[in-house]
Design a protein around this ligand. Structure first.
Ligand code: UGA
Length: 437
């Protein structure tokens, strides 16, 4: 099939490459000239495991191309919209500027029978508003809403083998026909037995924000338990293991620590609250305000802990920060808890040296006042305290004995609960973590 993908960021670039990988002819469109240039050469403009190989293969095959010219979508019959919906400045609501601009521009090129597929995370009600614009421009084109659930760091795998496909379709024959077109697009996934949920627009839009809200709630739940553990001398990691054995609860997404960040969970729960307010059901989501504040409190607590192990002040101390990305296997620093903690400590007078395997250049651009080092060893040289904030494999595997030779004081604050306290203490370190003694 001939497919276009509008927006070539973390979502769109991966989606375009994966659609080519399952046999479609794909053109990716983005307004960013540098991004299109890189992608056209088969280079990923951001770090995502497996993506560079896939891009190279698919661009070389001739099935995948990229352009800045929206007119290139002519000839494609399915048009995915995967542009960003960031938080508005100074407000909780989502900024729909990019979605609106993409749709306003693409509708001029639609032909009868075309299907526009919304993938961006949007406030409920957006799809029906956009559907009216699509059919006004081309009465025989149909909009469907098909939310995306990929995780950064696992994006290729999640796109090719998602947990489920969700179709938000308009009622009637046009909706059915558009659903059949999506079945054809995703034929290899459907053949694999991936469950498909067919719904109306509003349900499909809500599935996405409900899923992210649930995940955020799960993380904040365990982080609230961490606060209880800190007050009682209990251990949140053992607590999570024990409750996680109950299949109804499950152990996944119960890792206590410095909390969630990134371009999705924080802004999605806020946009969801804002939308609920507009719909007059803000009480239904007032718990998300608490989820958000538990999450933000962990960042402050992390700084307190670093201060505590340094004897009450970090002013003038040398702090090594392991991790800048919002999670491992990503170079994304949007709303990164690691950088939030690092900058707080910098503002409190510490000399903060940050390292990360992939995110240093993004971090340096956003926070030029921080210092950066290429390796954990370089960051930790003469450090008074080491703070682990993103659980990259190479930090989890650090040898406490060898690492202890580099620092000025053996003080480790584990913001992700991933190190073995006994091993670090046995090597002479003062080990502290959130929710653990
Ligand atoms: C999230 C969802 O997991 C995806 O399903 C969704 O498609 C995506 O948002 C999106 O809306 O596009 P992502 O932001 O890539 O994916 O990352 P997650 O793996 O969900 O992690 C989010 C944050 O939670 C990270 O900062 C991570 O460190 C933190 N986290 C995760 C915890 O603090 N504890 C955990 O147990 C798990």
């Amino acid at each position: 099939m001939h497919i276009s993908v509008i927006g070539c960021g973390y979502l769109g670039a991966v989606h375009a490459a994966c659609m080519a990988a399952i046999g479609h002819d794909v053109v990716g469109v983005d307004v960013d000239v540098a991004k299109v240039e890189a992608l056209s050469q088969g280079k990923a403009p951001f770090f995502e495991p497996g993506l560079p190989e896939l891009l190279q293969e698919q661009v070389a095959s001739g099935r995948l191309s990229f352009t800045n010219d929206m007119a290139a979508i002519k000839g494609a019959t399915v048009h995915f919209v995967g542009v960003g919906t960031p938080q508005k400045r100074g407000e909780y609501a989502a900024d729909l500027t990019y979605v609106d601009a993409a749709v306003a521009s693409l509708i001029h090129h639609l032909a009868p029978g075309d299907v526009v597929v919304g993938k961006s995370t949007v406030p409920v009600g957006t799809a029906s508003r956009l559907a009216a614009l699509v059919t006004e421009a081309q009465p025989e084109a149909t909009l469907v809403w098909n939310p995306e659930f990929l995780r950064e760091g696992h994006a290729v795998q999640d796109t090719l083998h998602p947990d489920r496909l969700v179709y938000g379709l308009p009622s009637g024959p046009a909706g059915q026909a558009a659903g059949a077109v999506l079945d054809e697009v995703y034929a290899p996934l459907i053949a694999e037995g991936i469950p498909k949920v067919v719904a109306d627009y509003a349900t499909a839009e809500l599935v996405k924000v409900a899923a992210n809200s649930f995940l955020a709630t799960k993380i904040s739940f365990i982080n609230a338990m961490a606060e209880l553990c800190e007050a009682t001398g209990a251990d949140v990691t053992l607590l999570a293991d024990a409750i996680g054995h109950d299949e109804r609860i499950g152990r996944k997404f119960l890792n206590a620590g410095v909390g969630f960040g990134g371009g999705c969970l924080p802004k999605d729960i806020r946009a969801f609250m804002a939308r609920a307010g507009e719909l007059g059901v803000d009480q239904a989501l007032s718990f998300l305000r608490e989820v958000d504040s538990i999450n933000m409190r962990r960042r402050v607590r992390m700084v307190d802990l670093a201060r505590e192990v340094c004897g009450g002040s970090i002013s003038g101390r040398r702090v090594a920060v392991l991790g800048a990305a919002f999670k491992p296997e990503s170079d994304d620093i949007r709303d990164s808890p690691a950088l939030n903690v690092a900058t707080q400590m910098h503002l409190q007078g510490a000399t903060v040296v940050v390292t990360d395997p992939e995110a240093i250049s993004n971090a340096r651009r956003a926070w030029p006042d921080l210092r950066f080092a290429d390796t954990p060893e370089a960051a930790a040289k003469d450090a008074d305290v080491v703070v682990l904030l993103t659980e990259w494999r190479q930090y989890r595997d650090l040898d406490p004995n060898a690492f202890g030779e580099i620092v000025a004081h053996k003080r480790m604050v584990d913001g992700r609960n991933v190190l073995d306290p006994e091993a670090w203490r046995a090597a002479g370190w003062t080990y502290r973590a959130l929710g653990r003694h």
